[in-house]
Design a protein around this ligand. Structure first.
Ligand SMILES: [Fe+2]
Ligand SMILES: [Fe+2]
Length: 528
């Protein structure tokens, strides 16, 4: 039986963990991970251990949704204590490094006053040696530039703290990823292997191509108990939808949030992959509906709801190339998406604004992305125009229409857009919610609240449509599919939410201007 073909079930979930916290860009990229560990994760665990019940109560309070509270039952306090102790012991270097970053920033602030920077290097903490260059901009402002590939080569980046947790979709919302570490449970299989482990690719490719239990045992070095657990995640037959490919024309399918799959008979392009594992649901597309091979994956930006590791890892081995926007090469707020994904074993190509990537029968043009990053100097963000099956489709993600003039240039370069996908999360979280750990100078609440992670409001979305000349508009990426995004975004809307009122206002504008429009939710399909 162990040598017979087996196929991974569509309802298997993988959670990638670092220090048992869910992995995302800021917990994996080494410099940012050090700062997150020291400023967010360790203080969270310490706070929980002081008063677990405060965290537990806050976690179930809808008014505090998306807050930084550890959602772990009090009976497991000792496990949290063990986790904190292991982090302090095994990650002492990371924690010291976070302190060294803060020291270096302070030294630069004090010493780099416009004169030569060469005498400054010996004054920097020794841990930073080889990892930074200091420069002035033309406005004489000093900046530490991180040599990020060297940071990944240093002892800061260790795969020893990576693990994955495999389980079956229950339909119950998982705890918020930014605040709650994943402890081991009887219902989940923990594998202490790095994310790039070839055994994971074998496991997830088996959804389509099949494998055997023997092969998985060997590749993942499973013991008897682990092999028995993993065998429950496998089925004797593949579970794939018959209509996952098309034989003529073009098709777009909305999989939820910012995830779209664009198809022709020759190619498949996917944006910001995020796929539901709930195979029993009939109101959404799931892993059953994905094409077997995805030529290009387009990543719009580094927020945790757009570069979703649990889906990207589940697609490894089925992706031709992941297209990512190029980062600024060294800005602390702007870690490289290419380095991040290549360290996870994914094939990556970096693009600049107006770069072109061809695929069979079509072309992607990367286009600029404005705003939505709390006014930080973050360049690893891109929108895309995809030309296929006779249409040009604009993938706007969370980009906002702060300056509609940009979209005029875009139209000049790309030509008229037919269909535009626009994000309208226009009352986004404040600066410190996502970037607090990376700030080495305190900001006031008022300052933080004024700098948000917001997409277009109605007026900005209308301006984008006018400039692009698009005849169809679809609002997406709002985080409304709670079954998919709840544990990652912790968004909550009600009928009075500003964002939804803005969407309604934009829908009215579209109707008045003869533009076909819809506010997407759950699933949608366009076929021609
Ligand atoms: Fe975003
Ligand atoms: Fe988003």
């Amino acid at each position: 039986m162990s040598a017979e073909p087996r196929f991974l079930r569509p309802d298997v979930i993988i959670e990638p963990l670092v220090d048992r916290f869910y992995a995302w860009l800021h917990t994996l990229a080494p410099v940012q991970a050090a700062m997150n560990l020291a400023s967010v994760q360790v203080p969270l665990l310490e706070s929980y251990l002081q008063s677990p019940q405060v965290h537990i109560n806050a976690s179930s309070n809808p008014a505090l949704r998306g807050g930084f509270f550890v959602n772990i039952e009090a009976a497991r306090t000792e496990d949290v204590r063990d986790l904190l102790a292991s982090i302090k012991r095994d990650r002492a270097e990371m924690l010291a490094f976070a302190g060294a970053i803060a020291d270096a920033e302070e030294i630069v602030r004090q010493v780099a006053t416009g004169f030569s920077l060469t005498p400054l290097y010996p004054k920097l903490p020794a841990m930073l040696s080889g990892l930074v260059e200091i420069a002035y901009d033309t406005n004489n402002q000093p900046l530490i530039r991180w040599i990020e590939p060297a940071a990944y080569e240093s002892s800061l980046y260790t795969e020893d703290r990576q693990s994955v947790q495999l389980s079956l979709e229950t339909g119950i919302e998982r705890p918020f990823i930014l605040s709650t570490p994943r402890l081991s449970t009887p219902n989940a299989l923990d594998l202490r292997i790095p994310f790039r482990h070839p055994g994971l690719e074998e496991l997830f490719r088996s959804r389509v191509h099949g494998t055997t239990l023997n092969r998985l045992r060997e590749m993942l070095e499973l013991g008897d108990d682990e092999a028995a657990t993993i065998s429950r995640l496998l089925a004797e037959q593949p579970d794939l939808a018959d209509d996952r490919h098309i034989e003529s024309g073009g098709r777009i399918r909305y999989f939820g949030h910012a995830c779209l799959v664009m198809q022709t008979p020759e190619a498949a392009i996917m944006t910001d992959p995020w796929v539901s594992s709930d195979a029993s649901a009939t109101d959404r597309f799931t892993y059953r509906d994905l094409p077997d091979y995805i030529d290009l994956v387009l990543i719009t930006h580094g927020h945790q709801d757009h570069i979703v590791l649990e889906t990207l890892l589940a697609l490894r081995g089925r992706i031709g190339t992941v297209v990512v926007p190029r980062a600024s090469r060294g800005n602390l707020a702007d870690p490289s998406l290419a380095l991040y994904l290549s360290h996870l074993g994914l094939p990556v190509v970096e693009v600049d604004d107006f770069a072109e990537v061809e695929f069979p029968g079509g072309k992607v043009i990367s286009t600029p992305f404005l705003g939505e990053h709390a006014d930080l100097d973050i360049r690893a963000k891109s929108t895309y125009c995809v030309q296929f099956a006779g249409r040009t489709v604009f993938i706007g993600a969370d980009s906002s229409g702060i300056d509609p003039g940009l979209y005029r240039y875009m139209r000049g370069y790309v030509g008229q857009v037919d269909i535009a996908f626009l994000g309208m999360e226009c009352a986004g979280a404040p600066l410190t919610w996502l970037y607090g750990a990376l700030l080495t100078q305190p900001v006031t609440k008022k300052m933080s609240d004024s700098r948000t992670l917001s997409g277009s409001n109605a007026e900005q979305a209308a301006a984008i449509m006018t400039e692009l000349g698009a005849s169809e508009a679809y609002i997406y990426a709002m985080g409304e599919e709670t079954w998919l995004v709840g544990h990652v975004m912790a968004t909550s809307y009600n009928d009075d939410s500003y964002q939804l009122k803005q969407v309604d206002q934009f829908m009215t504008w579209c109707a008045d201007h003869g533009i076909k429009a819809d506010h997407l939710f759950g699933q949608h399909e366009w076929r021609w």
